[in-house]
Design a protein around this ligand. Sequence first.
Ligand code: PLP
Length: 390
Amino acid sequence: MHKDITKKFQRARKLFPHTNDIIYLNSASYGPFSTPLVNAINGNMKIRMEADKDDSHDAFKLRIDLRKRYAKLIGAKQSDVGVSMNTTQGLNIAAFGLPLKKNDEILISDIEFPAMVYTFKAAAQERGLKIKFLKSRNRCFDIEAVEKAITKRTKVLAVSFVQFFNGYKNDLRVLSEICQKHDLYFVVDGIQGMGVEPINVKKLKIDVFSTGCQKWMLSPQGCGFFYLSEKIRPQLQISFMSWMGVDWNMQFGNLFQYDKPYFETAEKFELGYYAVLNLYGMAASLDIFESLTIKNIQTHNYELIDSLAEYLTTSDKYRITSSQDKKHRSSIITFTTDNIADLKLFLDEKKIMVSLREGSIRVSIHLYNNRSDIAKLIQALKQFAVNYKD
Ligand SMILES: Cc1ncc(COP(=O)(O)O)c(C=O)c1O
């Protein structure tokens, strides 16, 4: 990476106080807060505590601004994007809103995060739809299984951008082609890739893309976004609506005029007032992503993962369990060993934060990590390997 960009990453690391004390490799669970984020939230809390000014208009403007900025990050238009509370909210719009008929089929992987499964399961029950689980291969999404599973009744393919437990990045381009060929709605849970993997939802012809921002987007729990394609929006049959789903133009003096049109933009599907404090924090996080760019963050993270992978492949104590295929890699790397639960405790004691998922240690690398973090992790792994020789 160019020297100037490396310097930017060094400066960005300084915005995260946790880097002084711990080695945080766990963004796939939740993202740590930066000082600008905490300051932004505190600033808004102060305004509300002092209560001497109505900041409603600032809050509404903030939401408009965030839609625009998020849209830019995913290659969409501002009108395609709505503010949500989490990933599940956008998935619900898809599950309950897509124009589906009784006995229509939805394809979901058998190793999908439960957010997708339970949302579509409830919709299937209510709407008489059928979920078909796609058999994974070696705990990875199997593209061949998709084509095989498609029948005349298949109408939706619902997948994660990146699999939560092993970091397997799905080939959205190929999946998109399959959706186009068979006329399927394409629904993507983006949370495990958003912020670290560049994406262009329009080029990929995704219909619904939904992300909470509490993980890789380094924002508070309770904020997220959904993208709804221009094509799909008029077709959505939603059984919930809010007073802010109409074109009211922030006119607090004209609230009894009940014939305002619903928005044609994704804003129509937002749900009433929103978590303003969270969004102030989110705006501060977006500054960091915009300044570094997602492409550079990806390159930065991959370089660090490569240095860890190099050690893991040469060690006879550890075995990498995530995909090494360039097309399917992400900012998550997983590996296993015999006494995995002990290793997790050992790393906890050393203040190296990782997760234990499905029998593997899951290491999530992000913009605030550096070579020294990885060297310390490797040092700890070497120590563990010596201490736990069987
Ligand atoms: C792939 C995936 N989807 C969704 C979620 C969470 O969903 P939500 O943002 O609705 O809580 C997680 C993790 O918490 C996840 O890993």
